[in-house]
Design a protein around this ligand. Structure first.
Ligand code: URP
Ligand code: ZN
Ligand code: ZN
Length: 471
């Protein structure tokens, strides 16, 4: 066989196996995984001493996202380049339905922004924020179109994103009929608004009070309610960016009952605790939900190790220092969000694998296999098998990288990881057979990435993730 690209002498890690092998790529696909493959004129990537893993799938990004009177700073080019530098080969970005807008129009708007710029592949989740009978009928069409996953918000009323419980229930019922899944941002809006108003009345305007307006109960209650709605609708659900022990416990209990309830957490919740809101740069840590206490952080690690939290995604939604200053005198005006797509694999490796919290195989399961399964990308993505897309990352387990703004590739001018040095870094990222970055250097033109239409996912397929998930 004549290959276009051969990755040689690496240690292959998948969600299930660890072994020494070479990988042969023809065009965009993996066509051989064997003990020895002769390069025979093919482009050679030497991976001795490195891990060779399926590209990470970042299931939660907001590139050039219009939000809180501004737009997130990374566009689809800078954002996907940062993603690629972190070993991500596919992002799943959130398309935001405009008021009164059809979902198909929203999808077109997102393609117009993404297609000319992306350097990784991308899929879309659809945020439903304005529900009526036409939109309800469109949900099935979206699934057929390749968008089987939706997001609804239980908060951000003032931003016009909140859906009431009845609307969430209707979305769940409809999406279930089409083998899609509903992701939920779980925070109790009334409690947040009440606490925020109280603090502002007392002139408590610093970011510390953003955190205090969102105690762990805010998430715990909303996760509980979401599970009850999903149970009533007989629908699968996915808690996005989960930050608390309460949330984890409610998800675990639901799973014990055999319910198709899944959860994602994010790198920042696994590294920091809420003392960050005492820092001078606290505004940079303003995201929703905010970072909770050390016990919550420990519970999230336990959930990953146990398999009840299925994925880690970035919730990449970043703002420059200038943008964060919009909330200088009022914490409710700080645009919510942080950078993180470049951090997923290194943080989970440094803090997870190196500290024996998770195994190498679980690292791959959480970052690639599980999101591929949950979001209808498997087996095209999420594994290193013959016939899969050649989305491959060469990961140096010993490379130390201080995660400063200077070393990271997002457009923003600060990094929440400024004082953190990761041990273990992706040194090459290959998307559909093409090297996209090598040692942080971009190797493809804007627009190399492709939109990936996804397939619907059956309940038995996703439920299988919860059986014997942890290794
Ligand atoms: O703070 C966050 N997470 N910003 C992005 C919007 C969202 O809720 O995911
Ligand atoms: Zn959210
Ligand atoms: Zn988000």
């Amino acid at each position: 066989m004549k290959f276009d690209l051969v990755v040689k002498n690496g240690t292959i890690i998948t969600a299930a196996d660890t072994f020494q092998a070479d990988i042969g790529v023809q065009g965009e696909k993996i066509t051989a995984v064997a003990q020895t493959i002769a390069p025979d004129g093919a482009k050679l990537i030497e991976a001795k001493g490195k891990y060779v893993i399926p590209g990470a799938i970042d299931g939660h990004t907001h590139m050039e996202f219009p939000f809180m009177s501004t737009t997130s700073a990374d566009d689809f080019h800078t954002g996907t380049f940062a993603a690629a530098c972190g070993g991500v080969t596919t992002i799943m970005d959130f398309a935001l339905q405009g008021k009164g807008e059809s979902l198909m129009q929203t999808a077109r708007n997102w393609h117009a922004k993404a297609d000319p710029k992306v350097v990784t592949d991308y899929g879309l989740h659809m945020i439903v924020r304005d529900l009526n009978d036409h939109i309800l009928a469109e949900l099935g069409e979206m699934v057929q179109y390749g968008i089987p996953s939706f997001k609804v918000f239980t908060t951000y009323r003032k931003e016009g994103l909140l859906l009431d419980d009845g609307a969430i229930f209707r979305v769940m019922e409809e999406v279930r009929k089409h083998n899609g899944i509903v992701g939920l941002h779980c925070e109790n809006n009334d409690l947040i608004e009440t606490l925020m108003a109280g603090f502002l009345k007392e002139k408590k305007t610093s970011p510390e009070y953003f955190r205090k307006s969102k105690p762990a109960e805010v998430e715990g209650e909303a996760v509980q309610r979401a599970i009850m709605l999903a149970r009533c609708a007989g629908a699968p659900m996915y808690v996005v960016h989960m930050s608390t022990q309460y949330g984890r416990n409610r998800v675990w209990e639901a799973q014990q009952e055999g319910l198709p309830v899944y959860a994602e957490t994010c790198p920042h919740y696994l590294v920091f605790a809420d003392e960050v809101y005492q820092r001078k740069d606290a505004a940079n840590f303003v995201m929703s939900p905010p970072i909770k206490g050390a016990a919550d952080r420990a519970a999230l690690w336990a959930g990953l190790a146990n398999g009840d939290i299925s994925t880690v995604a970035s919730d990449h939604c970043c703002f420059t220092t200038e943008q964060k200053k919009m909330g200088e005198d009022d914490f409710t005006k700080i645009p919510n969000g942080v950078a993180g797509t470049e951090a997923i694999l290194p943080i989970l490796f440094s803090e997870g694998v190196r500290k024996n919290r998770i195994s190498l195989n679980l690292w791959v399961r959480i970052t690639s296999y599980n999101p591929a399964k949950l979001f209808g990308l498997y087996p095209r993505k999420g594994t290193l098998s013959v016939g899969s897309d050649a989305d491959i990352v060469v990961f140096d387990p010993d490379k130390k990288v201080p995660m400063t703004a200077k070393n990271l590739h997002s457009r923003i001018d600060h990094s929440i990881y400024e004082e953190y040095t990761a041990t273990g870094w992706p040194v090459a990222t290959i998307v559909r057979g093409q090297v996209v970055q090598e040692n942080g250097e971009l190797k493809v033109d804007k627009g190399w990435g492709k939109y990936i239409a996804r397939r619907p996912v059956t309940e038995s397929e996703t439920l299988s993730l919860l059986v014997g998930a942890a290794t």
